[in-house]
Design a protein around this ligand. Sequence first.
Ligand code: HEM
Length: 213
Amino acid sequence: MFITRYRDFTRMNHWFVALLFIAAGLTGLALFHPSMYFFSTLFGGGYWTRVLHPFFGLLMVLGFVGLFFAVVRDNFWTKSDTAWVKKAPQLLKGDESGMPPVHKYNAGQKGVFWIFAISLVLLLITGFMFWQPWFAHFFPIPLRRIAMLVHAIAAFALVMSVIIHVYAAIWVKGSFRAMTRGTVHEDWAKSHHPLWYKEVAGKANQEVTRKKH
Ligand code: HEM
């Protein structure tokens, strides 16, 4: 049996952010170093790459705001997450047996989620600080230079965390359909997210009981 993990709107929101991440990432890399300038051919050349990059970034951040509020409640850190992190080396060896029971997201997913949120806030603030010709002149040149450096570091953190995010989605078999179809197999939930499964199954039982009366 399959159970619902994401509603349609959250999935559309997620793929909108993922698409814009690719667009903002490729235009950003083209502007970052001449060796990656060839990416600009995908966006109509250097001029359009420069024009579009800030808008792609802005739309990605706006899209992420929706996603943030849809999932933040399940991403707050708990004591059991700290215990999970301590046991993570065992999980990386492929042994999930002694891991503390997980709710909707494990500590690794939560860590990645917060890196997404922090790096996107930094990218947004610093991006405005050197966005020519509209906003850059509000900031002194030394501050703009610092902003550029922080922008590059935050982009690096975001790209690395997305790579981990995608790798984990492929590695944990059965995760992908959560974001494509919105459902996961009951066995997947029982084995990777037992506390979340208990909650969802409990609610479903209550619904059935309510309908009977
Ligand atoms: C580009 C390829 C991407 C793929 C294949 C992918 C795949 C997935 C999958 C399968 C899930 C469900 C995981 C679960 O429920 O356990 C998920 C959740 C999520 N994804 Fe992505 N994703 C991608 C990009 C992104 C990007 C660029 C962002 C944001 C910057 C993002 C943010 C999220 C968030 C916030 C969740 C909810 C789970 C959480 O809070 O950890 N994803 N993704």
